[in-house]
Design a protein around this ligand. Structure first.
Ligand SMILES: [Zn+2]
Length: 404
């Protein structure tokens, strides 16, 4: 019974410490485990033997610096087929259900399109059906699945799993997004904000591997942010930290859904780009942008603006660079406040458009207070469109394997 074996191991303090280091470091030598846990090397060896016998961990060849002499050290990692987690992303447009290995690899996934007006109860039961289907198709034994992570765009009460606030999906406020999965699958289920999930997934398995202080930025219809400090997700009071989209960057800017003025999402999100493009087109200025027929909404998409800018349209380029200017300003402030090593952008329409991210990166290196000493690197998500789903699975791994 692999899952029960894991639960028994996690109840033993020294073994739990070793399992925690294996999750946080991904690949690590026995000597380093001893150094990081403070557990005696001989005890670490006997724990590792036990874990290897149960096929929970395996050895891999390490690598040596070119000048080093001798055999490369053997590194330990979780056996990728030992345990799995279900990662679920609830999002407008693409919602995903995926099975993720303990090594962060996506084994199998399914996607559905949801709309803002869809009934949340129906969407949740459909996602649960998809989860059951994905488990069956993967042919993974159920007792190797250790939990379910559910991510959502909005503020979530992490204890109850209830959505507290969502400007993009207001119908979901007060809906509990974990109970149904708990009842149906009998597994631990954890809920997390989508940007928090993304930055955690990237830090454990993607562009931020090995980094301790990382910011994650999601730009889509709105803007989300997630913060990793000293290798752990920073949540703040009420788990409400990281609401980058509602950072106030222009005191007399446009009114936001949240009620304030000049929030970053009103100036640098995909919907802000669309609003600006429509406003500028109405002035009659010469541009390659063309609005869609009246039946389609929105009349202009952020993708249209990016495409026109790529074809040399100056108006579109200015709209995009203006948005990059606001995002850059917000990230200069965050860099001054938190001094991250790395800022990771989601793989989105704007964030994968180089002139946009290049401008943001330039602003961070030109204007951060620490520019003489060094400024954070920037990167695009390595997990791509799977980042939030893998992140939701990482939340479960963090809670079960590496809880403080
Ligand atoms: Zn706002």
């Amino acid at each position: 019974m692999p899952k029960d074996t894991l639960s028994l191991f996690l109840k033993q303090k020294n073994i739990a410490e070793v399992l925690k280091v294996l999750h946080l470091e991904q690949a690590v030598s026995r000597a380093k485990i001893a150094a990081l846990t403070g557990v005696a090397p001989s005890t670490v060896s006997s724990i590792v033997d036990k874990l290897e016998k149960e096929q929970i961990v395996e050895y891999i060849e390490g690598s040596l610096a070119p000048s080093s002499i001798g055999r490369p050290p053997l590194l330990l990692r979780y056996n990728p087929t030992s345990f799995y987690v279900l990662g679920i992303e609830i999002n407008l447009l693409g919602s995903q259900v995926m099975i993720v290995g303990i090594d962060g690899a996506v084994v199998l996934k399914r996607e559905i399109i949801i709309k803002a007006r869809d009934n949340p109860g129906n969407v949740l039961s459909h996602l649960a059906d998809m989860a059951a289907q994905v488990i069956a198709e993967s042919e993974i034994e159920q007792n190797r699945i250790i939990g379910i992570g559910v991510s959502f765009r909005g503020l979530i009460d992490r204890h109850s799993g209830r959505v507290q606030r969502s400007t993009s999906l207001p119908e979901w406020e007060n809906i509990n997004i974990v109970e149904g999965f708990k009842a149906r699958f009998g597994l631990p289920v954890y809920a997390e904000n989508n940007a928090n999930a993304m930055v955690l997934g990237e830090t454990r398995f993607g562009a931020g591997c090995g980094k301790k202080n990382v910011l994650g930025v999601i730009i889509e219809e709105g803007i989300g942010g997630g913060i990793i400090i000293n290798g752990r997700l920073y949540l703040g009071m009420h788990s409400a930290a990281g609401e980058l989209g509602h950072m106030s960057v222009a005191s007399s800017g446009p009114i936001c859904h949240c009620g304030n003025r000049g929030c970053l999402r009103t100036l640098a999100s995909e919907s802000a780009i669309e609003t600006n493009a429509i406003r500028i087109m109405k002035t009659g200025v010469k541009t390659l942008l063309k609005s869609h027929p009246e039946t389609e909404r929105p009349a202009i998409t952020a993708q249209d603006v990016v495409d026109a800018s790529s074809r040399g349209d100056q108006v579109s380029r200015e709209i995009i660079l203006e948005a990059a200017g606001y995002l850059g300003t917000a990230l200069v402030n965050l860099t001054n406040l938190l001094s991250p090593e790395l800022i990771i952008f989601n793989y989105g329409t704007l964030t994968s458009y180089q002139p946009f991210t290049r401008r943001v990166t330039e602003l961070i290196s030109e204007r951060s207070y620490s520019k003489e000493i060094g400024t954070p690197e920037t990167a695009i998500s390595l997990l791509g469109l799977d980042a939030v789903g893998v992140g939701a699975a990482s939340v479960v791994m963090d809670r079960l394997l590496a809880a403080n």
